[in-house]
Design a protein around this ligand. Structure first.
Ligand code: FES
Ligand SMILES: [Fe+2]
Length: 377
């Protein structure tokens, strides 16, 4: 069918109609759907725990849609390569570590630290140099705090990219717990969940009766921060919480004083939580990174470090540590369940229909949109 060109009059009519109905255009939630925003690759991301990669072994992980092979030679540092053999694309992480290289499990092509193919066994040593066709991508890689990090973005940006602060993992005054649950949701739900402490109602069975009080917030180009105190509205204080923070008295006739200040901050793309006591001393710090681990962007791997100040009584922290683990696991399980429900709703509704009213969460959403990149299909 051939359409005739609209006349000038028709063009004016179309313009008028579009202006009249402008208010019906989709708003930012649908045109800039946060769940269609991938995390920026130009940062350092934890991708595995050090303890999961033994000497002389290799493991496979995903950063979004990108498969990553981590290789730990018997001697020397860990390195990271694209987890696909250049020959027939099978995972290199199924291969064998030999010296400073990884040998593909299929025909035995071997790759060095920079991803260069260093041997094709059946071509013979002399022929290799001219006939080796290509190599695989390598990723800048660092190991610290019990985690292996990669830089999935442009490698030349790796050295200047800010490296995150890993809670108090190297401070002997603190004991640090690591947790690593996989969550079936877009990574942005995790940021919103922690930033919005108004969700303590969800944890009413674990946390006793407390109410978050918003003390204020702050934001800048690469961060959003919210500060809260928690007022007790009933006498049930969980044992683990009481052992760490001390007993919080509850008087229904008084306004609850600010006991601890909880500061939650997303410094893109990481998140932290600090708890300071009423003297301003740090008593707990959390570092969290949510690393997308599937091509669709509908799941992420959490890397969490929770550092707790050791009480003055020797070994008390070791005695309460298992109870603290159970307590934090239960809280995290409730958070995991709820964010996975949010993800499911997003999928069923075919987009973000959230009605957000809390200003600091709106700021957080803007931050995640601003620094993220459009979803890679
Ligand atoms: S597929 Fe890897 S060597 Fe052939
Ligand atoms: Fe929570």
């Amino acid at each position: 069918m051939i359409l005739s060109k609209p006349s000038l009059y028709e063009n004016y009519a179309l313009l008028l109609i579009s202006l009249l109905f402008e208010h019906e255009y989709p708003d930012v939630n649908t045109t800039n759907d946060l769940r269609l925003t991938d995390i920026s690759p130009d940062f350092w991301y934890p991708i595995a725990w050090s303890k999961d990669l033994k000497r002389g072994k290799t493991i496979g992980r995903y950063f979004g849609k990108h498969p990553i092979a981590l290789i730990r030679p018997k001697k020397g540092r860990v390195f990271a390569l694209e987890d696909r053999c250049a020959h027939r694309q099978v995972p290199l992480s199924k291969g064998v570590v030999e010296g400073d290289s990884i040998k593909c499990c299929y025909h035995g092509w071997a790759y060095g630290r920079a991803g260069q193919c260093v041997d094709i066994p059946y071509l013979g040593k002399d022929a290799n140099k001219e006939r080796i066709p290509n190599c695989v991508k390598s990723y800048p890689c660092r190991e610290t705090g019990g985690m292996i990090f990669i830089f999935p973005g442009e490698p030349e940006k790796a050295d200047s990219a800010a490296f995150p602060r890993l809670a108090q993992v190297y401070n002997p005054a603190f004991k640090t717990r690591r947790f690593n649950p996989s969550v079936r949701c877009h990574y942005t739900f995790m940021h919103e969940n922690l930033m919005d402490m108004n969700h303590q109602f969800l944890h009413r069975r674990q946390m006793g009766q407390i109410k978050a009080r918003y003390l204020g917030g702050d934001n800048g180009d690469n961060f959003v921060e919210a500060r809260y105190s928690f007022a007790r509205t009933g006498n049930q204080q969980p044992l683990a919480e009481r052992l760490i923070f001390g007993k919080h008295k509850y008087d229904p006739n008084k306004v609850q004083p600010v006991e601890e200040v909880v500061t939650i901050r997303t410094t893109y793309p990481y998140q932290s939580l600090h708890i300071h006591d009423k003297d301003g001393d740090l008593i707990m710090e959390l570092f969290a990174a949510y690393v997308p681990d599937s091509p669709e962007g509908k799941s992420c791997q959490t890397f969490g470090l929770l550092s707790v100040l050791r009480p003055k009584t020797p070994f008390l922290i070791d005695i309460i540590w298992p109870a603290l683990g159970v307590f934090t696991n239960r809280i995290f399980h409730e958070d995991k369940e709820i964010v996975e429900m949010e993800q499911k709703a997003w999928e069923e509704l075919g987009g973000d229909h959230n009605v957000e009213v809390f200003p600091i969460v709106k700021k957080l959403r803007e931050l995640l949109l601003r620094h993220g990149v459009p979803h890679e299909a």
